[in-house]
Design a protein around this ligand. Structure first.
Ligand code: VGL
Ligand code: ZN
Length: 199
């Protein structure tokens, strides 16, 4: 499958049951993701990778609690529990994820002042992660996404991929959502309308 890449988004302990920002059923996708990893020639992983005191953590905003929002210089930002702190066990990939074949790990959210949901751009929607150039340089023009969470990092990555001209699919069975105020169905609709194929 030359020219086709699999992007495995944030399959990390903190997004699985028992983790700091657990997505319901997050661990159930691991066998499905492993099957996909075996099928693709090119595999890219993303890893949410925040410094301590990251500006997306509610704990650094006095009087705020997780899942509230604040206005950042780049726009509205949802606040989260402290999660995926660089070097912590919560930031590690799920122990059953078969990640050894991955050719690239894109770390994101490592700047204290900006969050990054998408694998392509940080939340200011302008700062690139370099993934577009990596995929183009390698002749990968079609991407399939899976991982956590459907309505945040998977959705923003898929929307950016399709907007950058990649043929883009999401394997819904290999994702789970956070679903904050209806965000799951809203983001699935947005992805469909943007031309992302839902498998
Ligand atoms: C994510 C919220 C905060 C995700 C990452 O992987 O979807 N969501 N950081
Ligand atoms: Zn995060």
């Amino acid at each position: 499958m030359a020219g086709e890449g699999l992007i495995v988004v944030d399959v990390q302990n903190d997004f699985c049951p028992g983790g700091a920002l657990a997505v319901s059923g997050g661990d159930e996708i691991v066998p499905v993701v492993n099957d996909l990893i075996r099928k693709f020639e090119h595999v890219v992983l993303t890893q949410d990778w925040h410094p301590q005191g990251h500006s997306s953590f509610a704990s650094v905003h006095p009087g705020k609690t997780p899942f509230e929002t604040v206005t950042m210089p780049y726009g509205e930002q949802t606040l989260w529990p402290d999660h995926c702190v660089q070097g912590s066990a919560g930031a590690d990939f799920h122990p059953s994820l078969e990640w050894t074949r991955a050719e690239l790990v894109i770390r994101k959210g490592f700047r204290t002042g900006i969050d990054s949901y998408s694998a392509f751009f940080e939340n200011d929607r302008r700062t690139p992660t370099g993934l577009t150039g990596y995929l183009r340089d390698r002749g990968i023009d079609s991407v399939t996404l899976c991982g956590l969470a459907t309505d945040f990092c998977v959705a923003f990555s898929a929307l950016d991929a399709v907007a950058r001209g990649f043929s883009t699919s999401v394997v819904l069975d290999a994702t789970r959502g956070i679903d904050l105020n209806g965000s799951l169905s809203a983001m699935i609709t947005r992805m469909r309308q943007a031309g992302v194929r839902m498998l």
